[in-house]
Design a protein around this ligand. Structure first.
Ligand code: FAD
Length: 315
């Protein structure tokens, strides 16, 4: 009987790093099953085997993506019943957190969000107040639902690979009854850069870029990084709102966060202060961003950033 169930939504051709992190953590809790939504390719199945997954569940219906999250919670509730899982691990994205909440209600399960660590007994370490503190929490219900932040664990395949069995899960007929159906979508052109929320390196710009993200994009591409922004930059229309890091944007926790032309307001810090290493570039030596920076460069970003890019490209 599975102890942990990991939800993997639309993996595409290969599993995202955040999914591999969930699988790595789940193994600590015991036998792992996966509930997948979307196509299960041979490569994805092989990777799941490499991560020690015992069972892969798939929904009996193919239209879960035609709705907002409610039917996915219905699917997961059915997958928990099928697997006997006592822990469910979901990505800590806005959608993941909504699914976790809905699933918690369906299963009468304790829900712990913003998880940054999990012990074998199901004790969770949870980031609170935008990463200012970590707390420890354990649900007292038979099933626990965890939404887990990205970049909190090194991904690690299992010692011995498994050959997972696959099984269909009957999605309750009423799962979509009261759900909002998506009427249209706007596809974002692919940037070729990693997902902001799970990138290992983020290069972020603020009002100081003065409308020109070009130098930051070049640095990001040299480093294989995602591009982020302060709200001042997104509000000015210099970059899309999906690049906004902060209290009302994306929360990131990369290995390296390069902040350029950002003053470090509390709402910006809320989204990036758990980054492992913070490098700040700002021409104002008194800027509050230097209070949270591990390395500070006082200077004009239009001089500093191209120099850094040129140096990195030489290596
Ligand atoms: P500024 O504060 O204007 O700072 C620009 C910095 O660039 C300055 O420090 C300046 O010295 C430096 N600079 C200028 N030119 C150069 C140059 N050539 N080279 C180097 N440095 C230069 N903000 C967010 O970021 N994310 C959020 O999610 C968010 N949510 C919010 C929610 C609420 C409810 C509210 C009220 C505010 C929120 N904000 C958020 C806005 C936040 O308060 C700040 O206004 C915003 O973060 C400021 O952006 P900034 O640092 O780019 O701009």
């Amino acid at each position: 009987m599975a102890n942990a169930l990991v939800f993997i939504d639309n993996p595409g051709a290969a599993l995202k790093k955040s999914s591999l992190e969930l699988l790595t953590l789940a193994r600590k809790l015991g036998e792992t099953a996966v509930a997948i939504n979307g196509e299960l390719t041979d490569d994805v199945a092989a990777t799941l085997g490499a991560y020690g997954v015992a069972t892969i569940y798939q929904p009996s219906v193919e239209d879960l993506d035609d709705y907002l999250v409610a039917p996915k919670a219905g699917y997961l509730a059915a997958a928990v019943a099928a697997s006997g899982a006592t822990a469910v691990l979901i990505e800590n994205s806005p959608e993941g957190k909504e699914i976790a909440g809905r699933l918690g209600i369906k299963l009468n399960a304790g829900v712990i969000t913003d998880v940054v660590g999990l012990d074998a007994d199901g004790t969770a370490h949870k980031s609170v107040l935008a990463g200012s503190y970590n707390t420890t929490a354990k649900a007292t219900t038979p099933v626990s639902v965890f939404s887990v932040k990205a970049n909190i664990v090194e991904t690690e395949p299992a010692g011995a690979a498994t050959a997972p069995t696959t099984a269909k899960v009957e999605v309750p007929a009423d799962a979509a009854a009261n759900a909002a159906r998506i009427s249209s979508r706007t596809e974002k052109p692919a940037s070729g850069r990693p997902d902001l929320s799970e990138a290992r390196i983020v290069v972020a710009g603020g009002r100081g870029v003065d409308g020109d993200f070009g130098p930051l994009e070049e640095l990001a591409d040299a480093l294989g990084a995602a591009v982020g922004a302060s709200r001042a930059a997104t509000d000015a229309g210099w970059i899309g709102h999906d690049a906004q890091v902060g209290q009302t944007g994306v929360t990131v926790s990369p290995q390296l966060y390069i902040s350029a032309g950002i003053s470090g307001a509390i709402q910006q810090k809320a989204g990036m202060q758990t980054s492992k290493v913070i490098v700040a570039i700002n021409k104002d030596a008194e800027s509050p961003v230097f209070e949270i920076a591990d390395f500070g460069i006082i200077g004009d970003l239009f001089k500093v950033v191209p120099q850094a890019t040129a140096e990195i490209k030489k290596r």
